[in-house]
Design a binder for this molecule. Structure first.
Ligand SMILES: Nc1nc2c(ncn2[C@@H]2O[C@H](COP(=O)(O)OP(=O)(O)OP(=O)(O)O)[C@@H](O)[C@H]2O)c(=O)[nH]1
Ligand SMILES: [Mg+2]
Length: 282
C-alpha cells in the first residue's frame, strides 16, 4: 500500500477535504504503481521550487542542480536561479539544465532571496547555495518530513554532520561565535544560525512578520529568528544534514560578513534594524 499522509486538523472542514484529496492521491498512486509499497514509488502531492542564488558559480551550478532528484518524487519540481549579474557562464549553464534564470542586479545574498521567494511558483520552497556544499539528494526526504509532520518550515543544521574540510579554520570558528551569540540573545533552539538550506511552505510569507528583510548575508539568521518566533516551535524544525567542501571560489568576505552578521544579531535584538529594499523583484 502506498503511504497515505493525512494532516489532522481536528474538527475542521478543511481537514475533511484534505483527507478526501489525499485518499484520491493514494488511489491514483496505487493504480500507477500497482499498489507497490516502496517509498520511492510515492509521488508527494506538492509543487516544489528550488531557489538558488548565484554569483559566478560556473564550476558548481550544474552539479548543484543535478544533485536534487528529479524523477517524479513530487508532482512538479522546478529550479529558480536568482543571479547577481555573474560574469562567467553560470546563467547559460543553469538554463541548459532547464532552470529558470532571473537576473537580480541588486547586490546581496539576502536581496537575491527576497526576489526569489516572491517569484517562486511552488507551494514548497527549498534553498541551497550553488557550490555543492548542501546535500541535494536529501531534498525528497526533507519535503516528505515537512508534509508528514505537518511542519511549516525546516532549517538544516550543518554542524553535526559536516564533512572534513567543509568548514575550514576561520569559517568554523566564526560560525560557532555567531551561532552561540544567536542562542544567547534569542534562545530560539536553532544550533546552526548560518545554514542556507531551508525547506518551507511558501504560504508562510502571507504573514509579513515572517518575511526576512535584510539584503545581505544576515538574512539567513534573520529568517531563522523570524520563523521560530512567528511560526512557533511546533511548526518548525532543525534537521541535521551532511555539509561538504565548497566547489569553486567563494566571493564572501569572511571577516566583513562575519562582523556584519554579529552586529545584526545585536541591532535586531534591540529593534534597530530597518528594511532597505522591498520584498520581491523590481
Ligand atoms: N544573486 C546573488 N547571489 C549571491 C550573492 N552573493 C552570494 N551569492 C550566492 O549565494 C550563495 C551563498 O554564497 P557563498 O559564497 O556560498 O557564501 P557562504 O556559503 O557563506 O560561503 P562558503 O562557505 O565559502 O560557501 C552562493 O550560491 C553564491 O553564489 C549576490 O550578491 N547575489
Ligand atoms: Mg556556500
Amino acid at each position: 500500500m502506498a503511504m497515505c499522509m493525512v494532516f489532522d486538523i481536528p474538527g475542521s472542514a478543511t481537514a475533511f477535504q484534505e483527507r478526501v484529496h489525499r485518499a484520491g492521491v493514494r488511489i491514483v498512486q496505487n493504480v500507477l504503481t500497482g499498489g507497490r509499497s516502496d517509498r520511492m514509488s510515492e509521488t508527494l502531492p506538492v509543487h516544489v521550487t528550488v531557489v538558488i542564488p548565484t554569483r559566478n558559480e560556473e564550476e558548481a551550478i550544474v552539479d548543484t542542480i543535478r544533485s536534487v532528484p528529479n524523477d517524479g518524487w513530487c508532482e512538479k519540481i522546478d529550479f529558480l536561479i536568482v543571479d547577481g549579474n555573474s560574469t562567467d557562464r553560470t546563467r547559460e549553464l543553469a538554463e541548459g539544465e532547464g532552470a529558470t534564470v532571473y537576473v537580480e542586479p541588486r547586490k546581496g545574498y539576502g536581496r537575491a532571496y527576497k526576489t526569489g521567494f516572491a517569484m517562486a511558483p511552488g507551494d514548497v520552497i527549498v534553498t541551497m547555495d550553488a557550490d555543492c556544499t548542501y546535500p541535494g539528494e536529501e531534498v525528497p526526504d526533507l519535503v516528505r518530513k515537512l508534509l508528514e509532520e505537518d511542519l511549516e518550515w525546516i532549517t538544516c543544521d550543518r554542524l553535526r554532520r559536516a564533512e572534513e574540510g567543509a568548514m575550514p579554520g576561520l569559517h568554523g570558528f566564526g560560525n560557532w561565535v555567531l551561532s552561540t551569540t544567536a542562542t544567547v540573545l534569542y534562545w530560539y533552539g536553532v544550533h546552526d544560525s548560518q545554514s542556507g538550506m531551508w525547506v518551507f511552505r511558501k504560504s508562510i510569507f502571507e504573514d509579513e512578520r515572517v518575511r526576512p528583510k535584510h539584503d545581505g548575508m544576515p538574512l539567513s539568521q534573520e529568517f531563522k529568528i523570524r520563523a521560530r518566533r512567528y511560526l512557533g516551535k511546533k511548526k518548525t524544525a532543525e534537521v541535521s544534514v551532511p555539509y561538504r567542501p565548497r566547489v569553486g571560489e567563494a566571493e564572501i568576505n569572511t571577516w566583513g560578513d562575519g562582523l556584519l552578521n554579529l552586529r545584526f544579531l545585536f541591532t535586531h535584538r534591540l529593534g534597530l534594524t530597518r528594511q532597505v529594499t522591498p520584498w520581491g523583484p523590481e
